[in-house]
Design a protein around this ligand. Structure first.
Ligand SMILES: Nc1ncnc2c1ncn2[C@@H]1O[C@H](COP(=O)(O)OP(=O)(O)OP(=O)(O)O)[C@@H](O)[C@H]1O
Length: 528
């Protein structure tokens, strides 16, 4: 039985090799601009690196104060590459569509697309992950009050994800992060690259496959996951238990230290979950006595069982009482904020030497786009003024932004195709639904929501065109219905007074060209 796990495990590259690969992997340079959704996103620095790509801090070229995180997935890294990000965007979309779910612990996805070298996903930026915060800012320590806070918030985040119908399958402190001020009291759940829906469309739990490719992080994975068995909500909760146990004492995850072979790791994990008292007695587990109840409760879950998250929270409340934890104390990342100026710079600094210089070509490109955008704004301001309805630059910008966004969304929707299956319900995939009401709502939405890479590329290039002014007349058309109305009215008035103007308008009769027609009409009127 353990052989499959072992063979899978033995194929896994060593941690050292992984790290070297991460370091060697090509990084985007500061100043590189990625165009998507009619906007330019400029790379500032690396925020984090994973096995398949890097996460960058980016800013909007036209509003540099607006920061986002851009996760990339390089095509030269792994065969599985495209599927991971497609799966990830599916989770974000499910989250954004599902009104009933508590979204407190999810970052917002803003855009996704691909370049010639990588898939990318642009999302709300958050702060350091829990692993880095504990290691760098807290020097490996965590207050009991903070452990409870971490346990409560991460459990809630997992519950919300499960409510959406998805399993995470790679829960660990690296995949939870602190929010940026003013949401710095909130923990965010990250990295849905290994997620999988656990329900069929009709709401039934999906039947387990006989064997499953290895997914996850050995330190936090459940024994069943290491045995390449199908995972369920229970396995996410086992990983959560290990994560919290590690907060109480890193050595609680005894398999991460010393010479444990694969079989022994699997056996020990099974024992810790099923009979924690044995390890407590031997002083191999250090945790509040009540935490054992959480372990046994999780262990008792069957593959299809609905976890009782409320009961789990009550046990956490009992721990607070038993251990006399003062919950009025500030949590560690508020008391030792990583967001002081010096610390902030340290956390956001390029992590491994990449991203240092600006690319001159990109600077030129950005300047050109900015200049074109300004020209467009000037044209529109003039148009509104001429039409007798003057508008400020801010108002024009807002209208343009809004329309560009709508246009891009429309283009993306049109361009979205089907996606591959990685055992994640494939091309037909729409995230499984939790209740009947939700199912009905989703059944109405026929086209699949996630772009095939080709479709994403097509959509991206159209969006890019829009930015590069090729499509600007179209954007103007879409962007300024008010201006068009005003121009129409003005044109009517002018044409009434000027037959030449009427001719000009007739020549340009389509509503799309009213903008072009108006100056001619005006000229004619002026002549008159
Ligand atoms: N929205 C975000 N804002 C700020 N930092 C982020 C964001 N998303 C991810 N990060 C940082 O980047 C790191 C890697 O992100 P993530 O885990 O999503 O990438 P990954 O390639 O899937 O990693 P892995 O291969 O380890 O699973 C995170 O640990 C976090 O520190």
């Amino acid at each position: 039985m353990p052989t499959s796990a072992m063979s899978q495990e033995s194929k896994k590259p060593s941690v050292k090799k992984e790290k070297r690969k991460m370091k060697e992997r090509k990084k985007e340079r500061a100043g590189t601009v990625i165009f998507c959704g009619g906007k330019g996103y400029e790379v500032e620095n690396v925020l984090g690196s994973g096995g398949f790509g890097d996460v960058y801090k980016v800013c909007l070229t036209k509003n540099r104060e607006k920061k986002f995180a851009m996760k990339t997935e390089r095509f030269d890294v792994l065969d599985e590459k495209q599927r991971r990000m497609i799966v990830e965007t599916s989770v974000f979309e499910a989250c954004q569509e599902e009104r009933a779910t508590d979204k407190t612990h999810f970052a917002k996805m803003v855009e996704f697309g691909k370049t010639d070298e990588f898939n990318f996903l642009i999302m709300e930026i958050v702060g350091p992950n829990l692993f880095d915060f504990r290691r760098k800012t807290m020097k490996g320590t965590t207050s009991p009050r903070t452990i409870i806070e971490v346990a409560r918030q991460t459990l809630k985040a997992i519950e919300s994800l499960h409510e959406l119908g998805w399993l995470h399958r790679d829960l660990k402190p690296h995949n939870f992060a602190i929010g940026l001020p003013p949401r710095d009291a909130t923990i965010f759940i990250l990295d849905f690259g290994m997620a999988r829906p656990y329900r069929e469309k009709d709401g039934r739990i999906r039947a387990p496959r006989r064997s499953v490719p290895w997914k996850g992080t050995p330190r936090y994975a459940s024994a069943r996951a290491l045995l390449c068995e199908e995972q369920s909500r229970r396995d996410d909760l086992v990983s959560w238990c290990f994560m919290i146990l590690e907060y109480y004492r890193p050595a609680n995850l005894m398999w991460s230290f010393g010479n444990f072979d694969k079989n022994l790791i699997i056996q020990t994990k099974g024992f810790v979950i099923s009979s924690p008292e044995v390890f407590v007695e031997k002083k191999q587990l250090k945790m509040p006595a009540r935490f054992a109840e959480l372990l046994t409760m999780t262990n008792a879950l069957t593959f299809t069982a609905n976890p009782n998250y409320d009961a789990m929270r009550r046990i956490l409340d009992d721990i607070v009482k038993d251990e006399k934890i003062d919950m009025s104390l500030p949590i560690d990342w508020i008391a030792h904020s990583p967001f002081g100026d010096a610390e902030k710079d340290k956390l956001k600094a390029p992590s491994d030497g990449a991203v240092t210089k600006k690319d001159p070509d990109v600077n030129e490109q950005t300047k050109m786009v900015d200049a074109k955008r300004k020209q467009l704004e000037d044209d529109m301001i003039k148009m509104f003024k001429d039409a007798g309805q003057p508008k400020t630059r801010e108002e024009v910008r807002e209208a343009l932004d809004k329309r560009e966004e709508e246009l891009t969304k429309k283009l993306l929707r049109r361009a979205r195709g089907t996606k591959e299956d990685d055992g994640n319900q494939g091309g037909k995939k729409s995230p499984p639904k939790v209740d009947r009401r939700t199912r009905k709502t989703n059944e109405k939405k026929s086209p699949p929501k996630v772009a095939s890479p080709e479709a994403a590329k097509a959509a991206d290039s159209v969006a890019k065109d829009a930015v590069n002014k090729k499509a600007f007349p179209e954007t103007v058309k879409a962007a300024a219905p008010e201006a068009k109305d005003a121009a129409n009215k003005k044109t009517e008035a002018i044409t009434a007074a000027a037959p030449e103007a009427k001719d000009a308008v007739n020549k340009k009769a389509s509503p799309e060209t009213v903008k072009d027609a108006a100056p001619e009409a005006k000229d004619a009127a002026n002549k008159k």
